[in-house]
Design a protein around this ligand. Structure first.
Ligand code: SF4
Length: 350
């Protein structure tokens, strides 16, 4: 059984990236099997509860008010509407409902609403996750007291490359929010984005930051950049798909007990690449037609791929039966098309 380490050295992580592809995948899959059922993938659903008009300048993000991406802005969604979408997601088999708002950080006037959302979604019997930007201690405590299970706040990239991507908040700001979330007793969802023009050394740096936190994030989303027209990264060059798989594999080895999530960018991956990602140790996906604001493979296509690969969604037995039936019939009629499930916690990469 691999042990949990928080003292990874750069040379060790570089050596993992330098392994032959087959050796790396074998190692990652071996670690994966020591800690997880290799044929189960956790499924989350994401709902954008407040879209666009964000004051931050994250270079990849269509929700920044600084870039003209044609994204339609939406105000904070009513609590009842969020709960209705959570109910639909639950009926579709999602076990965790993630709520994302494009904010620098929640304002005092917002806190009552989001606390109410957490309480009501939680009362449906679902795990809850939010991504609302930076949190101070009192905000983190208020969300924890409401019952919020996970908070998403990504590091995005290495400390060295970070300034090329975001200037409106510092790396330390992000680490401070993560510490506030931990201190409040919530689980952490934290990862990054690759394919933003960074070097492999930056992918090494990002994964080292995550793995050397005093406690590994329970959930580690690895996003592939979705190039959105109007953002500064709209013309970024393609990342070698095998390098993306390598990043997943190294994340799995460094953080053996964390759920490694295949997140934004999955729409542009073919079935073979997604299968390789699962082999490399990815064991969580967002399920739905879009991730916050970027396209996500249609839900039934995901279920068909799971079936072809012999993968079962990790969830409650009753929902599992429904999903099996749906995959067999080729439809997911009970999946709410209007549930803006998606995710990407990278808009919310906040
Ligand atoms: S990633 Fe988050 S913080 Fe950054 S611009 Fe987008 S919504 Fe705002």
């Amino acid at each position: 059984m691999s042990v949990l380490r928080h003292d990874w050295k750069r040379a060790e992580v570089e050596a993992l990236f330098s392994l032959s592809f087959n050796d790396l995948l074998f190692k990652a899959q071996t670690v994966h099997r020591q800690h997880f059922d290799p044929n189960q993938v956790q499924v989350s659903t994401l709902c954008s509860i407040k879209t666009g008009a964000c004051p931050e300048d994250c270079a990849y993000c269509p929700q920044s008010a600084r870039y003209d991406t044609g994204l339609e802005r939406e105000k904070l969604m009513a609590v009842e509407k969020v709960v209705a979408e959570a109910r639909a997601a639950k009926a579709s088999g999602a076990t965790r409902f993630c709520m994302g708002a494009a904010w620098r950080s929640p304002k005092d006037r917002d806190m009552g609403y989001v606390v109410d959302m957490v309480k009501q979604v939680k009362s449906l019997g679902m795990e809850t996750c939010m991504t609302l930007g930076m949190l101070d201690t009192s905000q983190a405590n208020a969300l924890a007291e409401a019952g919020l299970d996970y908070y998403n706040h990504n590091l995005d990239t290495s400390p060295e490359y970070y300034g090329d991507i975001i200037t409106t908040r510092t790396y330390q700001d992000r680490l401070d929010t993560l510490a506030n979330v931990r201190d409040a007793g919530m689980k952490v969802c934290c990862g990054g984005i690759v394919g933003m023009g960074e070097e492999q050394g930056d992918r090494v740096g990002l994964l080292m930051q995550l793995a050397n936190l005093s406690q590994h994030p329970e959930s580690v989303p690895i996003n592939m950049l979705v190039r959105v027209q109007g953002t500064p990264l709209e013309n970024e060059a393609d990342l070698d798909p095998f390098e993306f798989i390598r990043t997943i594999a190294v994340a799995r080895i460094l953080m053996p007990e964390s759920y490694v999530r295949l997140s934004a960018g999955r729409e542009e991956m073919n079935d073979q690449m997604q299968a390789l990602a699962f082999l490399a140790g990815a064991n969580s996906i967002f399920y739905g037609e879009k991730l916050l604001t970027t396209p996500n493979p249609e839900a039934n296509k995901d279920m068909q791929l799971f079936k072809r690969l012999g993968i079962k969604p990790e969830q409650r037995a009753s929902a599992q039966d429904e999903l099996d039936a749906s995959a067999t019939s080729g439809g997911v009629e009970h999946f709410s098309p209007e549930a803006k499930t998606e995710t990407q916690f990278y808009d919310a990469a906040v």
